[in-house]
Ligand binder design. Structure first.
Ligand code: MLT
Length: 407
């Protein structure tokens, strides 16, 4: 008889953002006509930049001609996009990454999950707590997480990120093999300093660990001292894989394009992970559509850079509005300066889901409950800055009205 991968049966409920979406939908069904402003999943609202649309149109037209038509593309991504990534995202910052170390994909979420394919299921995995649920759930699916008991996976090493440690994880007290780090962070919106990243690279070197560095939100960094890439740290190419995405940088959440950097210097048990990942991608992936890669390439044009930076500034202004409004409403708030997320502490010791319900039912504002990101997220909610400015302002007024009338 066929057997299933019973690791899936160990997973609790549904994926966090699906659970939240279901709750919002149920509320809307029960309260028809009541407006809900969504500040839950980090999905963008601004349209694609004109330069991106223009490039996409051109590429579509090319596909309709005998000379311009393309079938299967290179699994690793077209050379034109890989070299633009190298020039703009790495060489411009003094980082020496080569085009064949870049793997273009359909999303950082997929890559963060798929990367597990090239690692043994015996590896000990460290995750921040709270954490982007994809790292945890995909390791649970692979059988690396153990059993889910009392909101914890028995084989994961949790690194609490709390108010006391400034929401930055401390180095593990025991040896771990794979370390997921995300900076600027989802969910807390906090960025890592150069010193903190240096300590991680040193730890990984000393312990033979691999850092899986998710820098999907690097475009939101405003502080010139904050590193955009783990490879700004000396020696990181020997210990780290980096995930990047056009989703939040250029509004590609529905368009789908991202990339992963696997440096050739990263060797585990005598095997270059670049070669393994290439083998995996060639076998399981057929590349991102030409039209989409042309659209992504346009992000690096002069116009594309200007237009996408304007959009990021727009979302950062929303983040500022959220942060200051919630503080005015008496909440303790974190993040939001170098990231599109604000981490807010629920008032009067309320639990995350309680506060989520209150904001949804009384203010008509949907957030993401911090507890959904891990046990240390309990007592917090996360808000995204990706809605429109108008909705952000409206949501803040509604929240203020609810929190003030509470007293
Ligand atoms: C988030 O809300 O954390 C992100 O939008 C989810 C994602 O990028 O998958």
């Amino acid at each position: 008889m066929a057997k299933i991968n019973d690791n899936y049966l160990k997973l609790p409920g549904s994926y966090l953002f699906s659970t939240v979406a279901k709750k919002i939908a149920a509320y809307q069904e029960a309260n028809p006509g009541r407006e809900v402003i969504k500040m839950s999943i980090g999905d963008v609202t601004k349209p694609l930049a004109p330069a991106v649309i223009e490039a996409m149109h051109k590429a579509v037209d090319e596909m309709g001609t005998a000379e311009g038509f393309r079938g299967y593309g290179p699994e690793q991504g077209y050379g034109f996009l890989r070299s633009l990534i190298v020039e703009h995202d790495y060489k411009a910052r003094g980082i020496d990454i080569e085009a064949d170390e870049i793997f273009v994909s359909d999303g950082a979420k997929s890559d963060c999950g798929n990367i597990g394919d090239i690692f043994s299921t015996d590896n000990k995995v460290a995750v921040c707590d709270p954490v982007y649920p994809v790292y945890v759930d995909t390791n649970a699916m692979a059988g690396r997480a153990g059993e889910f008991i009392d909101e914890h996976w028995s084989n994961l090493y949790y690194m609490p990120c709390t108010e006391e440690n400034g929401f930055t994880p401390e180095l593990p007290k025991e040896r771990v093999d794979m370390i997921y780090l995300c900076f600027p962070n989802t969910p807390t919106g906090v960025a890592a300093t150069r010193e903190q990243l240096k300590a991680w690279v040193e730890y990984a070197k000393e312990n033979g660990s691999v850092i899986l560095y998710d820098s999907a939100y690097e475009a939101f960094i405003t502080d010139p001292e904050v590193p955009h890439s783990i490879y700004e740290i000396e020696g990181a190419k020997e210990v780290a894989i980096e995930f990047r995405s056009f989703s939040k940088t250029a509004g590609f959440t529905g368009t789908r394009c991202a990339y992963t950097v696997v440096p050739k210097a990263l060797v585990v048990e005598g095997t270059a992970l670049n070669a393994l990942w290439n083998r995996r991608q060639c076998t399981k992936f057929n590349g991102v559509p030409y039209v989409i890669q042309k659209a992504a390439a346009a992000v690096y044009s002069q116009e594309g850079q200007k237009q996408t930076k304007e959009t990021i500034a727009y979302y950062l202004e929303n983040a500022r509005i959220i942060k200051s409004s919630l503080a005015e409403a008496g909440l303790e708030v974190f993040g939001g300066d170098n990231a599109p997320y604000i981490w807010a502490k629920a008032p009067s010791g309320m639990k995350s889901w309680e506060f989520f319900d209150k904001l949804l039912e009384e203010a008509g504002v949907a957030t993401t409950p911090g507890a959904g990101f891990g046990p240390s997220g309990e007592g917090y909610v996360r808000l995204t800055a990706f809605n429109t400015k108008e909705n952000t302002q409206k949501a803040m007024e509604k929240i203020k009205a609810v929190l003030v009338s509470r007293d």
